[in-house]
Design a protein around this ligand. Structure first.
Ligand code: 7HD
Length: 284
């Protein structure tokens, strides 16, 4: 089925609304199907009055502007948007297997091969964003969905901006993923996403975030880089986490080196085609 056409204005009547998929701070998401084409999508419904009181219109406008122009297999597509007198509607790609954080909570933690596959996909999505000088700034399990083939889909660009920048909006929600430069309110660039990728990788493997504590203690531990990696985590995984969790943004491992890190290559090397096997055997 075709993606909804942008040629004529969209409206709610174009969609058959299905079951609720989830709810966030400012609205809900429903399964939806465009009547004409049968195209299945997720419809995020946000209430204008709540957006006004929450003073999040700017973030919503930025989310729509940025996410509509992104095309990457590990970034959730935003196909379009429309509004009526009371609500704003976002037409979003439907991720067939749902929210990653629910899988993480259920599993407790992920195996190293599974975590490595997710870190590699995140590195690919972030490399694409950073090439466009977009920083996500809110990488965490709650903002990652899983597609019907098990691939991950980075979503929720409400905090994304064009780099470099400094924050003007008050932080809310968990501090666990914030790099020291954002905690201090300093100007910051794309490397904030490298720090969050290190926190994400730690949480995949350990089951909780590295600086998890009370909000005050978490901030103290972040700026002092006070975290410990349990012994059950392999040496290669420890090495990659410590190369991402660096106080100095310039010292964090660049994304192209994340993709080439031994821990990633060990778990994510593409299965060789018969021809590649044949070629490698001849070269031996
Ligand atoms: C408001 C608001 C709610 C949320 C969190 N949220 C995201 C979804 C969601 C989206 Cl945007 C796209 N595809 C989804 N697929 C699922 C899903 C699939 N299964 C099998 N189970 C679920 C759940 N959820 C999707 C729902 N809620 N952000 O802002």
């Amino acid at each position: 089925p075709q993606v909804p056409s942008n040629s004529k204005p969209m409206h709610l009547g174009m969609f058959e609304i299905g079951r609720p998929l989830g709810k966030g701070k400012f609205g809900r998401v429903y399964l939806a199907k465009e009547r004409k084409t049968g195209f299945v999508c997720a419809l995020k419904v946000l209430h204008k009055n709540e957006l006004q009181t929450g003073r999040v219109e700017t973030q919503l406008r930025r989310e729509v502007e940025i996410q509509s122009n992104l095309r990457h297999p590990n970034i959730l597509r935003l196909f379009g948007h429309f509004h009526d007198s009371k609500r704003v509607f976002l037409i979003i790609e439907f991720a067939g297997r749902g929210e990653l954080y629910k899988m993480l909570r259920k599993a407790g933690s992920f195996s190293e091969p599974r975590a490595a596959s997710y870190v590699a996909q995140m590195a690919s999505a972030l490399a694409y964003l950073h090439k466009k000088h977009v920083i996500h700034r809110d990488i965490k399990p709650e903002n990652i969905l899983v597609g019907s083939h098990g691939e991950i889909k980075l979503s929720d660009f409400g905090w994304s901006v064009h780099a470099p920048t400094n924050r003007r909006t008050t932080l809310c929600g968990t501090l666990d993923y914030l790099p020291p430069e954002m905690l201090r309110g300093d100007s910051h660039g794309e490397k904030v996403d490298l720090w969050s990728l290190g926190v994400l990788m730690y949480e995949f493997l350990v089951g909780n975030a590295p600086f998890e504590d009370t909000p005050i203690e978490t901030q103290k531990r972040i700026v002092k880089l006070n975290f410990k990696i349990p012994d059950f985590v392999s040496a290669e995984a420890k090495d990659l986490i410590t190369r991402l969790l660096r106080l100095d943004p310039e010292k964090r491992l660049p994304l192209d080196q994340v993709a080439q890190h031994p821990w990633i290559l060990k778990h994510c090397s593409k299965p060789q085609t018969a021809r590649e096997k044949q070629r490698n055997n001849h070269q031996r």
